[in-house]
Ligand binder design. Structure first.
Ligand code: PMP
Length: 421
């Protein structure tokens, strides 16, 4: 591709007026590195969009995909059809899921998984004779994708603004205050509420680990009021928070868990919902109760084969444990970088992800400073993610401590560049 021609590709969330003349072309990737057209390498400090947990260039996944494409390329799992990779994947995930007798519904990504979980929660209550339980609670700052329910539940206001009327019966609560959750439930009435969605560590909303005790208290409040507790582990799963489903470190046992991203390390698009036996039984144990919902690519065999190969790598290389070991070195690096005058504070320390909030004075002075900082860091050799007024990192779980140091050096060099220009 030549940069001379204007792009025709509409980039998500991008200001195309700025991007169209000069998109940044990624040509190839290997391990923790991506390479541009000229062969220059950049440390993938974000693992793509928080997904490339096993790192790039795993031939084992490529081979599994290739083998599957040559055997059963694609087929659906509607009605009584099934295929071996989808079955194996569901079995393996159900064994990992921190819930009794989990069932697995597969989708093509996180947003579809959110809509699946929200619809299932509402239908579950209707089947249980409580059709008025349709309200959905989520947290401020939360991100649950860009589908219908996810847009309506969004805790990032700009992501739900400008589209006219969204789904009614969604309410946001404070992201870190269990008392606000309780008060909101009492105000709306528990009998009207289907579910509460929560990311264990808020990701796109700025990387916000929970206050100590918050998630446990929120789960307990939901249980007391019979409200389904749905963990959105789209970012948190598959090692990002040191465990399979991102909630185990708090001892949570959600009614449902949405996942995506790290389940294939992003090699192919896959998401899903783990559903506790108690919820699933309403459909699985009573004849004549289908869930009238299903994306075309649910249970896609080639995508499932990619996931199985990815899970093999995560297990064999003990990357969940490794993520836990790297949590502190990553946080220490960010704290050191935060001594830079361009940085106000760090958020992180829980899982292999973190954010540097830029100094308010800088952001007030120039609304584009975060985008500029992200580009300057890239010019100095690393990919970081602009999130509101912060820069986020979430490296592949295979990153070394030395590479964490390199990531820190690139960030400092980028921040120097924007503050001394
Ligand atoms: N939930 C969370 C917590 C996410 O971070 C994301 C994506 N960043 C989604 C849902 C949506 O996933 P997708 O982009 O695959 O639809």
């Amino acid at each position: 591709m030549s940069n001379a021609a204007e792009t025709r590709l509409w980039h998500p969330f991008a200001n195309m007026a700025d991007v169209k003349q000069k998109p940044f072309l990624v040509e190839k990737a290997d391990g923790v590195w991506i390479f541009d057209e000229g062969g220059r390498r950049y440390l993938d400090g974000t693992a793509g969009l928080w997904y490339c947990n096993v790192g790039h260039g795993r031939t084992e996944i490529a081979d599994a995909v290739s083998r599957q494409l040559r055997t059963l390329d694609t087929y659906f799992v509607f009605n009584d059809f099934t295929n071996t990779p989808a079955e194996l994947l569901a079995r393996r995930l159900s064994e990992f899921a921190p819930m009794e007798s989990a069932k697995i519904f597969l989708t093509s990504g996180g947003g579809e998984s959110i809509d699946t979980a929200a619809k299932l929660a509402r239908l579950y209550w209707a089947k249980r004779g409580q059709p008025e339980r349709i309200h959905i609670l989520s947290r401020r700052h939360s991100y649950h994708g860009t589908n219908g329910f996810g847009t309506s539940m969004a805790g990032i206001e700009t992501n739900r603004t400008g589209f006219g009327a969204l789904l009614p019966d969604t309410t946001r609560v404070a992201h870190d205050d269990a008392d606000d959750l309780r008060a909101t439930i009492e105000r709306i009435g528990a009998g009207e509420i289907a579910a509460f969605f929560a990311e264990p560590v808020i990701g796109a909303g700025g990387v916000r680990p929970p206050e100590p005790g918050y998630l446990e208290a929120a789960a307990k409040i939901c249980e007391e009021h019979g409200i389904l507790f749905i963990a959105d582990s789209v970012i948190g799963g598959f090692g990002r928070l040191g465990s399979w489903f991102g909630v185990e470190r708090w001892g949570l046992r959600p009614d449902m868990i949405t996942f995506a991203k790290g389940v294939t390390s992003g090699y192919l698009p896959l998401g899903g919902v783990a559903i506790s036996g108690a919820v699933a039984d309403v459909f699985w144990e009573a004849p004549g109760n289908p869930f009238p919902h299903g994306p075309t690519y649910s249970g896609h065999p080639t995508v499932a084969a990619a996931a199985l190969a990815n899970l093999d790598i995560l297990e064999r290389e003990q990357l969940l444990q490794r993520s836990g070991e790297l949590e502190k070195p990553l946080y220490d690096m960010l704290c050191k970088v935060a001594e830079h005058p361009a940085v106000d504070h760090v958020r992180g320390g829980t899982g292999l992800l973190g954010a540097l909030e830029l100094a308010p004075a800088l952001v007030e002075q120039d609304k584009t400073v975060v985008a500029k900082a992200q580009r300057a860091v890239r010019e100095h050799g690393a990919v970081v993610r602009p999130l509101a007024s912060a820069l986020a990192v979430s490296p592949p779980l295979i990153i070394t401590e030395e590479e964490i140091g390199l990531l820190g050096d690139s960030i400092v060099a980028g921040l120097d560049a924007i503050t001394t220009r």
